[in-house]
Design a protein around this ligand. Sequence first.
Ligand code: UT7
Length: 335
Amino acid sequence: MSHFAAGILGTGSYVPDKVLTNFDLEKMVETSDEWIRTRTGIEERRIASEDQAASDLAYEAAKRALEAAKITAEDLDLIIVATVTPDMAFPSTACIIQDRLGAKKAAAYDTSAACAGFLYGIVQASQFIQTGVYRHVLIIGVEVLSKIVNWKDRNTCVLFGDGAGAVVMGRVAPGSGVRSFTLGADGSGGSLLCLPGGGSRKPLTEEGIHQGLHYLSMAGNEVFKFAVRVMNTSADEVLRKIGWEKEDVDFLVPHQANIRIIEAARERLNLPLEKVVVNLNRYGNMSSASIPVALDEAVRSGRIYEGARVILVGFGGGLTWGATSMIWDTKEQEE
Ligand code: UT7
């Protein structure tokens, strides 16, 4: 039994200015706007500039989330960054952000769960807040996937985009905030979605670069089937744990990988279109940043309101997956 309720006090997001449309991609690889739109739902994505790294995007999103939560960086106890495209292997991107924000008393670490990373971060942060150990945790999902994508591979390069989303979590009224969660992993599927080179298994060599080991690799079809399955089972599980019926859900904020995967989840939960937050047409798949950017847009546009019952659900490389149910409440509880 937890002592305190943990909720999201404020959200923020940032995407780079440069837009890459499906029509631009038609000039780069053998593809068409029609194929990309009908098979994925994506129309355009954002691309970081050459000198923009993950921490640059994350910093902007973090500042906006702090402002929305009405706290300062000095109030932070912990910073968690979910990313598969950190500035470098170490120091962590969370430490880089800690310094840039001036969050002097905050601990900081990166968490690695690919597209499910933000959900893993939310659940970790909730534990620290629910036990009363920490008051304010900043969780950021950030990716600069354009830097690990093979721009000659039409199977992958049309799918991904760059961006950052952040939330500040803190103590909220008993009964609101995060109400239930599920996290899962199936490491046997690790090779289906991975970055094979650059780690201690295959340090980058000239030969490795020649083989393209520094590029993201994905078995799209296999990941698709897995995604549809775990989106459904995870959403069902968090509903069951909290005792909500499908019609109790006000908003579903799913990972944004493919409109067909989102549609399958929407149908399964029997939700009308307006209850599902979709932005992949404008941003593509931003891995760990997809859910927090979609969440921030839905909050800032007024779609998600105080008291709304929200489900976040996602999946990704690892393989990993997760979901949370929450009652939206941004009012911080002092005691
Ligand atoms: O967030 C991380 C998780 N990632 C995902 O969730 C991705 C999940 N997977 C998917 O979204 C889909 O599997 C893809 C969008 C990646 C692929 O869609 P699909 O309907 O599964 O297509 P497919 O892989 O079965 O390929 C169909 C055809 C192939 O041609 P043949 O072999 O049938 O002649 C591909 O070569 O489409 C071809 N193709 C393309 N054609 C034009 C693949 N990519 C492209 C492209 N443009 N960009």
